[in-house]
Ligand binder design. Structure first.
Ligand code: SF4
Length: 268
């Protein structure tokens, strides 16, 4: 992993779904084979290869303080961590940029939404409590099978660890959710996931797999190596008969939501 320290010029980015996004880092070492950033990074940083570089925005907390006290003065909005990194990637342990940005946001009484695949998030429990309910924390779960997770998301916390962290956060009264996505045929066992999340998440977000060039190539490589017989099924479900597949999936999700009494938001 090639790391570099950079001085960011701005830190809050307006999101087209409302609020702002904040990326204390650009890049991620979790190595998810399906990561959409493999595609986006080609557009914004054509010389870099996703998963092999990390930019550490060393001035992120100070810049955030400056932006909130300056151009966003008198505004109390919501910030989503993050879109082009995992805010709790392993480098956060040392650099604490996410933690220090959270301190700034808590001080200014902004709301926060965090999505991660790392149990390092538990380190910041003390800060989450300061948000006084103006925070929601989500974990991405694609599979709960540790063997599948090892080749799909090799360097993220194991799903079991994420679920343990989710339970701890939920117990402390923090609003929690799980993003089940991308739903991968064969690997994402929805029934098993709903069962385990019952009473441990306030709601679920679900999405299918968007077969953009680079993220499909990443997944296809793994399928070819471990499950070549699945490639045909993937092509049929995600390309040839996508609308039929999605319709069946929606029906299944709605039944599971009623059975396990977990509210869902289907994103496809
Ligand atoms: S944790 Fe998120 S940003 Fe990082 S590689 Fe996985 S999908 Fe991409």
């Amino acid at each position: 992993m090639k790391t570099s320290f950079i001085q960011a010029k701005s830190i809050l980015n307006k999101s087209n779904i409302g609020g702002y996004t904040l990326n204390p880092y650009t890049g991620c070492s979790h190595g998810c084979v399906y990561c959409y950033n493999q595609h986006f990074i080609k557009i914004i940083k054509p010389k870099e290869k996703w998963g092999q570089f990390l930019e550490i925005k060393i001035n992120a907390p100070e810049l955030l303080e400056k932006e909130i006290a300056g151009k966003y003065k008198n505004k109390k909005d919501r910030v989503f961590f993050s879109t082009i990194t995992d805010p709790y990637n392993p480098f956060e342990k040392q650099h604490q940029l996410t933690r220090r940005c959270l301190e700034v946001l808590s001080k200014h009484k902004w709301s926060v939404d965090i999505l991660t695949k790392s149990d390092l998030i538990l380190r910041d429990l003390d800060i989450f409590k300061q948000f006084n309910k103006k925070i929601s924390i989500g974990f991405t779960i694609t599979t709960i099978n540790p063997y599948f997770a090892l080749f799909l998301e090799p360097d993220a916390s194991m799903p079991e660890k994420r679920i343990e962290a989710l339970k701890i956060l939920k117990k402390t009264g923090i609003k929690t959710y799980v993003f089940i996505g991308p739903i991968l045929p064969y690997f994402t066992n929805l029934k098993e996931i709903f069962e385990i999340l019952q009473n441990n998440a306030d709601y679920l977000l679900l999405d299918t797999f968007n077969t953009k060039k680079e993220n499909w190539q990443g997944l296809e490589k793994i399928l070819k190596r471990h499950y070549p017989s699945l490639i045909k099924e993937y092509q049929e479900k995600l390309c040839l008969n996508r609308s039929e597949y999605e319709q069946e999936l929606k029906e299944k999700i709605n039944i599971l939501s009623q059975t396990y009494k977990i509210p869902v938001k289907i994103l496809f």
